[in-house]
Write a protein that binds this ligand. Sequence first.
Ligand code: ATP
Ligand code: MG
Length: 406
Amino acid sequence: MPNVTRVIATTHEVSLKGGNRRWFERRLTANTNRALAGLPVASLTRPAWRLLVTFSHPVPFTEVARRLSTVFGLSSILPVHHAGYEIGDVIAALTQRVTLFSPRSFAVRCTRSDKSFSMTSVEIERAVGGAVQDLTGWPVDLSGPDLTIHLLLDRNGFWIWMVRVPGPGGLPVGTGGRGLCMLSGGIDSPVAAYLMMKRGMRLDFVHFHSVPTTDPASLEKVRELVRILNRYQNSARLVMVPLLPVQKEIVQSCPSSLRILLYRRFMMRIGESFAQRFRTLALITGESLGQVASQTVENLTAVQSVTSLPVLRPLIGFDKQEIITLARRAGTYDVSIQPHIDCCTYFVPDHPETGASAGELSTAENVLDVGKLTESAVKDATIERIAEAAAWERIPVPPEAMSERI
Ligand code: ATP
Ligand code: MG
């Protein structure tokens, strides 16, 4: 795999405009530093809208790209070569490199942020493109080139790259408030977490379990999911809530068709209690409209009516295949599909209600001491600080980073 000593990571200017710009940039730089920890970073500087990382010795680009793909706010990851200060230097640098490739067609694209240079971008593109064509005979194709030679001219001279790896996009984690994510151990909720972190939110997690009726090994699975998600945001609290006492009461005293919805209402209440304790502003779930009987719009509304916190559902309009694609990208899929039994699959009725109302659920709960059940579940919960992150191998290498044209 090709090694690199320099990488430029770009950001979306738009998101960084305005009075918060410096704050965004500081977060982004800190998050980038954290993702690169352990690699031989000699310097990380911030010329204009870019981050320039210089390594003290060559490192595999795949590894750098894997790590930077966890830094929300980055829009591209570019393996760059420094190519001097004059057009002649650029052509000399390209002369060595272009002989390694045989593209069907090519184009040169130049961005010039040093406006004092004597040539315009178009003039630079023509001069460099002409030299490459003389050297190789490759046909030029400006609309759909097989190979694009990118040039950036800034105060530090010319930079060249031929491969652009899309960054993860979004906003730096730490700039979007705090949320508490209800993490089940399935495929969906880790993806919901990923998408909220992508909008800059920092998350804590709450998991409900039915141990000892369900296997305690499922708790370790949830911890591993948090460790993977920590790659995007550092560390998190994980609240483990025993739901079995609540479930037993519901099974004993309430209509079976409403069980899941009643479990869910307790999850919301218990979640809200920890959200208040942690000063988080929202609850996050992995619900997607119509995916299962409990996720009709009537049911979602009837369940959330017990909390005054906003319930954010980033997957609401996604289908399963889209969610799986994101789970693979986030690196959570392989752990999510390991078999486990969710607490909600316990005592599940054959014919769950699909059109419940808040009133109907409140009536069904009349026979329960809701306050006391909630309180004792909160009291029996344990709060873990998950400070470590999963092995980097859990995070996939972006496919574009495997190009031989680095
Ligand atoms: P997932 O794949 O995340 O398990 P799902 O499609 O299985 O989701 P449900 O089981 O209906 O959907 O759960 C919907 C959402 O409710 C989950 O995405 C999660 O946010 C929350 N949830 C469900 N079970 C639990 C649990 N045991 N602990 C915490 N949250 C849960
Ligand atoms: Mg589930």
